[in-house]
Design a protein around this ligand. Structure first.
Ligand SMILES: *[C@@H]1O[C@H](CO)[C@@H](O)[C@H](O)[C@H]1NC(C)=O
Ligand SMILES: *[C@@H]1O[C@H](CO)[C@@H](O)[C@H](O)[C@H]1NC(C)=O
Ligand SMILES: *[C@@H]1O[C@H](CO)[C@@H](O)[C@H](O)[C@H]1NC(C)=O
Ligand SMILES: *[C@@H]1O[C@H](CO)[C@@H](O)[C@H](O)[C@H]1NC(C)=O
Length: 523
C-alpha cells in the first residue's frame, strides 16, 4: 500500500483508540436489585465501542456483546456469611448496629472476591492498562480503590441508591444532618427534635467510625492483595472524579448537589415482556384482584422469623384477594388456598397486569419505582438500608401504608392491604407520582454513558471538583476565621474595657480632686 494511504490509516486508528477507551469496572455487591442498575450501563459502554471488563455477580452473558468481558463472581451469593448477616440485619434495630454489620459482611465478600483466581490474575497483571475505573460505591468498594492507582486512571463511583457520607465528603458535597439526613437513618421530610438530634449524632458517629476504623482497616486489607506500594485508600477516594447515584427527587430528599454528583434513575425500567403462561393464567383468572408479595432480592421471605412468617400467612389467608408470593424455598409450610408461590417472578411484568391491586413490599427503591411506574399502590414493611426512609416518603406521598415488622399483627396486615386495595385515594396519588417520576430529560444508560465519556474526554474532569473537597475541616467550617475574628472582638472588647476603667478612674479622681478643692474653698 502507498504511504499516502497508510499514514491517514494509522492516524485514523490512533484517533479511534482515543475515542474507544479501555474501561475497568468492579460491581461487587451480590444483590440482583443493585446489579440491574449497572448492567445497562456496562452494556451501553461496550456497544459504544469501548473495551469493557467488569467483575460482577450478575453477568449478562450475552454473546453479541463482543467488546465486553465479564468476570463472574456469582459464587458470592452463596457465601454463608451472607445469609447469616442478612438475617442479623433484619433483627438489628439500631442504625449503628446495621452499619457495623454491613461493613463486616462486605469485608467477607471482598476477601472472597480477591482470593478468586481470575480476579487475582487481574491484580497481578503488570502489563494491562485501563483508561477509566468504575466502582460500585459501598463498603466493599474501598478495597477496590487501588485499581485507580494501578492504572493511573480517573475514578468514577456508582451507587444503586444514595451514597455514604464519606463520598459526599470526597466530592465536597454538603451533608446537612437535618436538611439531608443520611439515607441509612430512615428519616425524611419533617423531623421531630429527637430525630434531628439523632441525625446530628449519627453524622458525627459515622465519620468517626469511618475515618478512624473502617478506612484504616480496609487499607490494611487492601495492602494484603495489592502490596504495600499503594497510596492510602482515603487519598484515592478523595480523588474521585464523578459519582452517579440512583436517586430521584420524588422519593429521595431534595438536596443541592455539586456538579460531579449526578442523579441517574430508572436504569432498570425496561420494555414489558409477556408473562410466563402459568402466571398469566393465574392473574387473568383472579378478577377479585391480586396482592403481589415480594421482599425483594436482599430480604428473603424464606428467611423471615417463624413468628412473622406465620402472622403473614394467616393474614394472607383471610384476604378476599388472591396472592402471588415470591417465596425462595421449595415449599411454603401451611400454604393457604388463595396463595401461589414462585421462587422467582418477572416483577415489572407482574406489576403491569391489570388485576394486581397492591404490592406488599419491603420499600426498596427499585421495586418502588417499578410499582409507581405500573400505577400500583403499596404496603411496605421496611427492614434496613434505605427502605425505612423510602417508606416514610411513600406515606407522605399517600401512595401506600407502612408496617413495622417488629410489632405487626395479623389484623394490621389485613386492614392495611384492604385499605390500600379499596380506597381510591392511593391509586389517584400513585398516578400523580407517576406523572412526576416519568417526566424528565433522558434518564437511561445513554445518560450514564455520556457522563462516563465526558470524564474520559476531559481527563478526569477536574474542573467540576468543588474546592470544598480539598479543604480541611477547619477551613470548611471557617473555624480558623471564626476563631480569629472572635479573638479580635475579645481583644478589642478587653482593651476598651481596660481603657474605660482607666478613664473612669481618672474622672473619679478628677471629680474627687475638684470636690476636694471645692471643700477647701468653702473653708
Ligand atoms: C466493538 O468495538 C468496536 C470498536 O472498538 C466497534 O466497531 C464494534 O461495533 C463493537 N462491537 C459491538 C458488538 O459493540
Ligand atoms: C489523583 O489524581 C491525579 C490526577 O488524575 C493523579 O495524578 C494522582 O496520582 C492521584 N492521586 C492519588 C492518591 O490517587
Ligand atoms: C434462608 O433461606 C434459604 C432458602 O432460600 C435457606 O437455604 C437458608 O438456610 C436460610 N438462611 C437462614 C439464615 O435462615
Ligand atoms: C435513551 O433515551 C434516548 C431518548 O429517548 C434514546 O435516544 C436512547 O436510545 C436511549 N438509550 C438507551 C440506551 O436506551
Amino acid at each position: 500500500m502507498h504511504l499516502k494511504f497508510i499514514i491517514p490509516l494509522i492516524f485514523g486508528l490512533i484517533a479511534n483508540q482515543g475515542e474507544c477507551a479501555r474501561i475497568f469496572g468492579a460491581f461487587l455487591f451480590p444483590s440482583y436489585s443493585h446489579q440491574v442498575i449497572f448492567q445497562p450501563i456496562w452494556k451501553e459502554l461496550s456497544l459504544r465501542g469501548h473495551q469493557v471488563t467488569v467483575i460482577t455477580p450478575n453477568p449478562l452473558n450475552d454473546p453479541k456483546l463482543t467488546n465486553l468481558t465479564e468476570i463472574d463472581i456469582s459464587f458470592t451469593y452463596k457465601l454463608p456469611v451472607f445469609a447469616q448477616m442478612m438475617s442479623g440485619l433484619q433483627s438489628a434495630n439500631s442504625v449503628f448496629k446495621k452499619e457495623l454489620g454491613t461493613y463486616f459482611l462486605f469485608t467477607e465478600v471482598y476477601e472472597a472476591v480477591m482470593n478468586y483466581a481470575p480476579v487475582r490474575d487481574i491484580v497481578n497483571n503488570q502489563n494491562d492498562h485501563y483508561d477509566l475505573v468504575l466502582l460500585q460505591y459501598n463498603h466493599i468498594a474501598h478495597g477496590m480503590l487501588p485499581f485507580a492507582h494501578k492504572y493511573k486512571a480517573p475514578l468514577i463511583g456508582l451507587s444503586s441508591m444514595g451514597v455514604y457520607l464519606q463520598i459526599h465528603d470526597a466530592l465536597g458535597n454538603p451533608t446537612h444532618p437535618v436538611v439531608n439526613p443520611d439515607y441509612m437513618m430512615g428519616l425524611s421530610g419533617e423531623m421531630s427534635f429527637f430525630e434531628r438530634m439523632q441525625s446530628l449524632l449519627f453524622n458525627f458517629w459515622y465519620r468517626a467510625v469511618y475515618y478512624w476504623y473502617f478506612l484504616p482497616n480496609s487499607d490494611k486489607l487492601a495492602r494484603k492483595y495489592f502490596g504495600n506500594d499503594i497510596p492510602y485508600l482515603g487519598d484515592i477516594e478523595r480523588n474521585t472524579s464523578l459519582v452517579m447515584m440512583s436517586c430521584n427527587p420524588l422519593i429521595n430528599s431534595v438536596v443541592p448537589n455539586v456538579p460531579n454528583l449526578i442523579e441517574i434513575s430508572q436504569m432498570h425500567i425496561r420494555e414489558k415482556k409477556p408473562l410466563p403462561k402459568d402466571i398469566k393464567q393465574y392473574l387473568d383468572s383472579s378478577p377479585q384482584g391480586v396482592v403481589y408479595f415480594s421482599l425483594g432480592s436482599n430480604v428473603k421471605s424464606a428467611n423471615l422469623t417463624q413468628d412473622l412468617r406465620k402472622t403473614i400467612i394467616s393474614a394472607l389467608s383471610e384476604l378476599p384477594y388472591n396472592v402471588l408470593w415470591k417465596w425462595e424455598a421449595d415449599s411454603l409450610p401451611d400454604q393457604p388456598k388463595n396463595v401461589m408461590v414462585r421462587k422467582w417472578l418477572p416483577q415489572p411484568d407482574v406489576l403491569g397486569h391489570k388485576n394486581i391491586k397492591v404490592f406488599f413490599m419491603q420499600g426498596g427503591l427499585q421495586s418502588l419505582e417499578e410499582s409507581i411506574n405500573n400505577e400500583v399502590p403499596v404496603v411496605g414493611m421496611p427492614f434496613f438500608s434505605d427502605q425505612p426512609a423510602n417508606m416514610r416518603k411513600v406515606v407522605e406521598l399517600g401512595i401506600g401504608l407502612m408496617l413495622d415488622h417488629r410489632t405487626v399483627t395479623k389484623r394490621n396486615i389485613v386492614d392495611s392491604l384492604k385499605e390500600v386495595a379499596e380506597n381510591k385515594k392511593y391509586k389517584e396519588n400513585v398516578l400523580k407520582s407517576k406523572a412526576i417520576l416519568m417526566d424528565h430529560p433522558v434518564r437511561n444508560a445513554s445518560q450514564a454513558a455520556w457522563w462516563i465519556e465526558y470524564v474520559l474526554r476531559h481527563n478526569g474532569a477536574r474542573h467540576m471538583r468543588s474546592s470544598a473537597a480539598d479543604m480541611t475541616f477547619f477551613q470548611y467550617f471557617m473555624l480558623d476565621v471564626v476563631a480569629f475574628l472572635l479573638t479580635c472582638v475579645i481583644t478589642v472588647a478587653y482593651v476598651l474595657i481596660k481603657l474605660l476603667r482607666v478613664f473612669k478612674k481618672l474622672v473619679v479622681k478628677d471629680k474627687s480632686k475638684k470636690a476636694g478643692q471645692k471643700k477647701a474653698k468653702k473653708h
